[in-house]
Every structure is written in C-alpha cells, then in structure tokens.
Design a protein around this ligand. Structure first.
Ligand code: KPL
Length: 294
C-alpha cells in the first residue's frame, strides 16, 4: 500500500496511475471521512473515474509519497508521521530546494528520499485532474538510511506505468529543476502570462542575464558543477519554448490565490547567497514581487 500526503494535481496523478486498491491519501487534521473522488484524464485515453480512500488507523504503508506544496510539507509531516512506522520510506516531491533538507534534518533516522519529476498534471476544474504532459521521474536518497531503499521505491512507483528511474545524485536533478523554475516561474507570475510569452517581454529581457549571473555564482559556491550564465539562459529558454503554452505552477498558484513556492525557488537562492556572501538582488526583487502578488 502506498500512502499519499497531499491531494493536489501531483498526488492525484500518482493515485490515478498506481494500481487501484493499493493507494490511500493520508488524512489531514479535521478531514471529512469521505473518499476522494475525481475524474482523471490520461494523455491519450478516455477519462476515468477514480476513488481513493483515506489511510485508516492501523494501516501500515510500504511507502509515503509527499506531494504537498513546499511551504506546507514540514507541518503536514509533523501531523502525519506519528502514525506511520519509522521504517516507511518518505519520498518528497516538492519543487525548489530547502523543504527537502528541512525534512531530512528533522527526521534523520527515517529513510528520506526525493523525487524530481517532469510529469505535467493540472486541475482545470475542481473534480478533474488532467495528465497534461508525459515526463520522467528520478528517485534518489537524501540521507544514508534512504540509500538502500532507492531501488525498491523506484520499482513501487514504476507500477504506475510512468517512467521512473533511480538517481545517484538526486540533488543535481533538484538543482537542474530549480534553475529552470527560478528562470521561468516568477516571470510568468509577475507578467501573468504563459511560459513562452515571457521571452518577448521587456521585463524578462531586462533581468534574465543578471539573474543567470547570480545563479552561476551560486552553483559554484554550492559546489555544484559550474555553468556559464549563457548556458543557464539557453537551458531556461529551451524549456520556456518547449512548454510555451503552459501556465507555470507559480502563475497557477497566484491565479488560484494559493501560497506560491517562491520562498523555495528564488527565495532559496537569495538565502543561499546570504550564506555565501554573494549578492542576489535579482532573486530578491523577483521574490519580493511574487510575495506581493500573494
Ligand atoms: O516546472 C514548471 C512549473 O511550472 O513549475 C515548468 C517547467 C516551468 C513548466 O511549467
């Protein structure tokens, strides 16, 4: 049995694709007792109706997927973990960086793993979850207790039929995604436009080079492989073009009046800059502008 904490788009994508009857959502405090029911639209098939029960007291999951927003993760896990065995692997799906490290530090004796995924899912209306784009999911350990479980967790997730791979250096994957999100998401939220449209906007063109210079310094300071600002810009723009029509997760959060993950994306880079004595005025400006939208 796989338990899922967080019934947003990503949680519902995994719940709909993993074998039926083997998935349950973890109830949040004060949760209504009814199962979670929704329609699921696969990429190239007819939509199906999905019913996912809540995890019952005494049920012991083989794996806990955590698909909460980065800012809610610690609090949600503090409420959920007392009833989940110490040996159950915790697999974190959060965007950005910072929340994963908080979890690994708070529960050092539990197996903590992280996933980086390029699967696309969204909820265009309340009862509908759409698998919007096929991608890949990489799974790797964040602490020593998690290492021996990477293969098993990857196999459990691969039962969904989605492409899941074990990853030795999951931090590298999380950094790659962080760079892309740092260069796209805040711009789409501030400019209120789909990913591809930022490329033509004067505000983006004014700030993207200085932003990439900041990120390039931060990568070197964090001991990650170095990338020139030009290479970072190319990577960001290739993804913006490939996902041109997408509404980024940050713009979607702003439009739905949800808290964004800015504190774990450009906000994380700003805090890292402070730690290393590297000025990050562009990350700070983007963080503040998105915080104001919230
Ligand atoms: O990951 C994304 C997000 O929206 O969070 C991108 C890659 C920008 C795609 O929309």
């Amino acid at each position: 049995m796989i338990a899922i904490l967080g019934a947003g788009s990503m949680g519902r994508l995994w719940a709909a694709t993993l074998p039926a009857g083997q998935v349950a959502f973890v109830p949040r405090p004060g949760q209504a007792p009814d199962s979670v029911c929704y329609r699921f639209q696969p990429i190239d098939d007819k939509s199906v109706s999905v019913t996912v029960p809540w995890l019952q007291p005494g049920q012991s999951p083989d794996l806990l997927l955590v698909t909460t927003k980065a800012g809610n993760t610690l609090e949600a896990l503090k409420a959920a973990l007392p009833s989940i065995a110490n040996s159950t692997p915790i697999l974190l799906f959060q965007n950005g960086l910072g929340s994963q490290q908080q979890v690994a530090q708070t529960w050092p004796s539990r197996p903590v793993l992280a996933a980086s995924t390029t699967e696309g899912a969204n909820r265009p209306e309340p009862g509908l979850t759409v698998h919007a784009g096929r991608g890949d999911t990489w799974v790797g350990a964040l602490n020593p207790v998690g290492h021996p479980l990477v293969k098993r967790v990857t196999q459990l997730l691969a039962d969904s039929g989605l492409a899941v791979h074990p990853e030795q250096d999951i931090l590298a994957k999380l950094w790659q995604k962080l760079v892309i999100n740092a260069g796209i998401n805040a711009f789409t939220a501030v400019l209120d436009c789909p990913n591809g449209e930022i490329l033509e906007q004067p505000f983006y063109q004014r700030w993207i080079n200085p932003l990439c210079r900041e990120i390039s310094h931060l990568l070197a300071a964090a001991g990650r492989p170095e990338h020139t600002p030009e290479a970072l810009r190319e990577t960001i723009e290739a993804v913006a073009r490939r996902t041109a029509a997408n509404t980024s997760s940050m713009r979607a959060d702003v439009l739905a009046r949800r808290t964004t993950e800015i504190d774990f994306i450009n906000g994380y880079l700003m805090r890292l800059g402070r730690q290393h004595g590297i000025p990050t005025p562009v990350n700070q400006m983007l963080t503040e502008q998105v915080q104001q939208l919230n």
